[in-house]
Write a protein that binds this ligand. Structure first.
Ligand code: NAP
Length: 307
């Protein structure tokens, strides 16, 4: 029987692990399919406070993990396959082995949705990104492309005009899912060029480990052409990693956990941290802050239970 199981090893999970381990709760952290979370997919992180020179994303999460381990947190590789949250203690199936826990911190994150193009995954951190706030700075005076037609795409395109020489927004339809205000703002930005009814078919150049160009196709005319690009931002939504809870926990229609205030979910003893609940900020520092909140709540919950 564990005091705390933490699902996820990104900034939220690792910070929750540091706090619960320092509180002597000996947390068990299940790393998950994307160990290290979104930061493990980035290169230099320049906006995490405390690192004036910046720090590599994978190093930052690895440091957090070491910090948690130094206080007694245990990490297990692999994923949670199933859960039973209907009564306490909660039961968690970790790679086929059921483990019981008094409290659960869900920090399983939200995975960026990708286009699924050949080479796309290999070029993440080398020209391909899903986070303008994280990576926009690297594309000063460069040619930037953003894919998507929702609020995220509009927000990212607008933000990226601070850096890029030009920003081309590529969307597969004529109509936009984005709210009118966000769309209007992007439309009025002279640095943003819109390409609608257009899809990206290829990204080059995997052999050089950088983005140099993309092949585009207009869905109405069938015309296909290449454009030079330095920074390629995919903003086609995120998928919260809540499938394993099978409707056992309250989520919004898109699957994000619904917060009951603080880090509380609708199930007493189950807490949320990071992008699995947060569809707005999605930053390393906000996820870490949320991990801290969840840890403090788990600690108080156990104290109140007299455990
Ligand atoms: P979204 O609203 O789901 O939009 C995703 C966009 O990506 C859609 O335009 C969709 O095209 C496109 N797309 C999806 N799969 C694609 C594919 N395989 N190839 C090409 N295009 C694809 O996601 P989001 O923009 O991330 O927004 C998520 C939520 O957060 C929304 O509720 C949004 O309002 C909110 N949000 C708010 C703000 C803000 O208010 N500041 C900022 C960001 C996000 P189709 O339209 O053709 O399906």
């Amino acid at each position: 029987m564990r005091n705390v199981i933490i699902i996820g090893s990104g900034c939220a999970g690792n910070t929750a692990a540091i706090y619960t381990a320092r509180a002597n709760l000996k947390p068990l952290v299940v790393s998950g399919h994307e160990a290290g979370g979104q930061l493990s997919l980035t290169t230099l992180v320049e906006n995490f406070p405390g690192f004036p020179e910046g720090i590599n994303g994978p190093d930052l999460v690895e440091n957090m993990k070491k910090q948690a381990q130094s206080f007694g947190a245990e990490y297990v590789h692999g994923a949670v396959l199933d859960t039973n949250l209907s009564r306490r203690p909660f039961r968690i199936d970790i790679e086929g082995e059921w483990v019981e826990t008094r409290t659960l911190i869900i920090a399983s994150g939200a995975s960026a949705r990708w286009l699924g193009l050949a080479g796309e995954q290999k070029l993440i951190g080398h020209g391909v990104s899903s986070c303008a706030t994280c990576d926009g700075f690297f594309y000063r005076d460069k040619k930037i492309m953003v894919v998507g037609g929702g609020d995220s795409a509009m927000e990212e395109a607008n933000f990226l005009t601070r850096f890029g020489r030009s920003v081309t927004l590529v969307h597969r339809r004529e109509e936009f899912r984005a709210s009118k205000i966000m769309l209007d703002r992007a439309r009025h930005n002279p640095k943003i060029r819109f390409l609608t009814n257009t899809v990206v078919e290829e990204i080059h150049d995997v052999s050089k480990h950088l983005v140099s160009a993309v092949r585009l196709r207009n869905l109405n005319t069938g015309e296909s052409w290449e454009e030079e690009v330095d920074g390629f931002f995919v903003a086609i939504g995120h998928i919260p990693n809540t499938k394993i809870f099978n409707g056992q926990i309250a989520t919004d229609p898109d699957g994000y956990i619904l917060s009951q205030g603080g880090a509380r979910t609708n199930i007493p003893g189950v807490f949320h941290a990071g992008d699995v609940q947060d569809r707005v900020y999605r930053q390393a520092i906000t996820a870490s802050g949320a991990g801290c909140m969840a840890a403090i709540e788990a600690e108080r919950f156990l104290e109140a239970e007299g455990d």
